[in-house]
Design a protein around this ligand. Sequence first.
Ligand code: NA7
Length: 538
Amino acid sequence: MDKGTPSFDAVIVGAGFSGMYMLKSLRDKLGLKVKVYEAGDTVGGTWYWNRYPGARCDSDSYIYCYTFDKQLLQEWEWSERYPEQDEILRYLEHVAKRHDLKRDIQFNTRVTGGEYDEASNLWQVHTDKGETVTARFLIPAVGTLSYANIPQYKGLEKFRGKWYHTSNFPKEGVDFTAKRVAVVGTGATAVQAIPEIAQQAKQLVVFQRTANYCVPARNGKVDPELVKARKADYDNIVKRIRESFFGQEHYFIPKSALEVSREERERELDKRWDTGGFAFWLANYQDMFFNKEANEVIADYLKRKIRATVKDPKVAEKLIPKGYYYGTKRQPLDTNYFETFNKDNVLLVDAKADGPIEEITEKGIRAGGKEYEVDVIVFATGFDAMTGPLKALNLKGRGGRTLDKEWAEGPHTYLGISVVGFPNLFAITGPQSPSVLSNMPVSIEQHVDWVTDCIDNMRKTGKTIIEATRQAQDQWVAHVNEVVNMTLMTSANSWYMSANIAGKPRAFLPYLGPEGVGGYRKKCDEVAAKGYEGFALS
Ligand code: NA7
C-alpha cells in the first residue's frame, strides 16, 4: 500500500550527461517533480572532474553528444575530431542553459545515503547538507568511472610535495614547469596526460604496472565538407549508432584475421592505424576477441609499431604489452605517447623489469629498492569502475539490504538497470549493461528513454512499484557471463574484470551482448513490450 506523499516524484543523483537528460526527460516529457543532487558546483560529471592535462574524449565528437535535441545537432560546432574536456563542459553548460535544467539541480551537494521505506514505498534520500527528502523513484546517474582508485601506498601522508588524482585536478590547473613529476599508471588517462606533462616538466618519471597497446588518436580539425555531410545525414547516423555493436560507426571485418594473406592483413591494419581512433580496436577482424592466434597477429602489428617508434630497445621492450590479449583492456588513444619516451627528461620505471612501487617517501617514490625524488605525484590510477560509485551511495533496499552485500561476488542486476530488493531504483548505465563498451551518450539516452517510458507506463496503468524478479536477475547475470566467457576478455586483469582494485571480486562489469548495443536495445524494448517482463509491478 502506498501511504506517503513524496517530496519529489524522482530524485536523480548526478548532473553529468545522464542526470541532465534524465531530468529533462522526466520533467519536460512527463511533467514530474524532479530534484537532482550534484556534488560539483556545476553540471558536467566526468567532464567536470577530469581536468588533467590532455583530457579529451576518445569518441569522435559528432557522435559524442546528445541526439534528443535535433536542432542542437545542427547548431553545435565541435572544434576538433575529439572534443577536449573544457569544450565538452562548455557544451553541457550550453545544454543546461538551453533546457533550463539548473533550476532543478542542487549543486555542491553529495548524496550520502538512502533507504527504501517499505511502509510508504518511498525512497528516503540523505545529503551531506543534512537534508532528507523522499521520492517515489531514485535514479543514480552517477557515472561508471567516477569513484577514484587512490592506491593506499605506505607513506603517502609523509610526502612533502603535492599529489593529485587525475579525476580530481584543481580547477586552476597545475603548473608543472621546472618540476620533477611522477605519473603512476599507464591507462587511457595517463596515455593522454604523459605527453602533455612531459612538455612542461623538468623531469618526468612514469611508473608502469602494465604496458598498454596504444593506437594514434589522430586528432585535428574535421574537413568542413565532412561536417556538412554528417549534419545532413544525422537521422541516419543516429539510427546506425543506436543499432551498432559499440554505439559507434565501427563494424568488424567479416573475416578471420587468419584466413587472409599477410599482405591483405597489413593493408587493412595500416588503413585503421592511419585513420586513428577506435577503428583499430572495434573495426578489426571479427575473430580478434575470440581467437588467440588471430589476436596475436594483430597484437604483433602493434608491437612492431612500438619498436619502430621507441629508440632505446630496452625501453621499447618495457613498453611492449605482455601477458594479456590485445583489446581485452581498454584501448588508449594516443598523441605522441611512445615518442615521449624518447625524450631525455622522461624515465620509465616498469614494475616487472625495475620493481614495483614499495612506498611513498617524504621526497618521492621508492620502487624496486630505489628512491625517485619528485615534487609532484599524479595518480592516473583509474577507478573502482561501475559498482564503486553505486556502492558509495550507501543505499538500503528492502529489509536493509545493501549493494555491498548483494554484490559481494560481483554485480547482480537485471538488464543493468534494476536490482532485486531495490524497488523503484533505476541505475543509468549500471553494471551489466553495455555502458563502458558503448559510446556513452548512446547508451545513456537509451536508458533514460527506457526509464521514462517505464515510469510513464506505470502512471498510466496505476502502478507505483516496480522491482526486478529474482529469476529474471539470475538469468540476466548468467547470460552476461555466458556471453563474455566465449571471448578472450575474461583472461585479462582489466578494470572490466574488476581486477584493478585489490579485493574486488573478479567479475566482468559491463555487458558485451552477442549483438552489442543494438541487440541490447532490442532486448530492453522487448521487455517493455511484454509488460515489463522480468519485473514485478504493483
Ligand atoms: P585505468 O585504465 O584503470 O588505468 C589505471 C592505470 O593505473 C593502469 O595502468 C593501472 O595498472 C595503474 N594502476 C592502478 N592501480 C595501481 C597501483 N596500485 N599501483 C600502480 N599502478 C596502478 O584508468 P584510466 O583513468 O586510465 O582510464 C579509465 C577510463 O576512463 C578509460 O578506460 C576511459 O574509459 C576513461 P593495471 O593496468 O591495472 O595493471
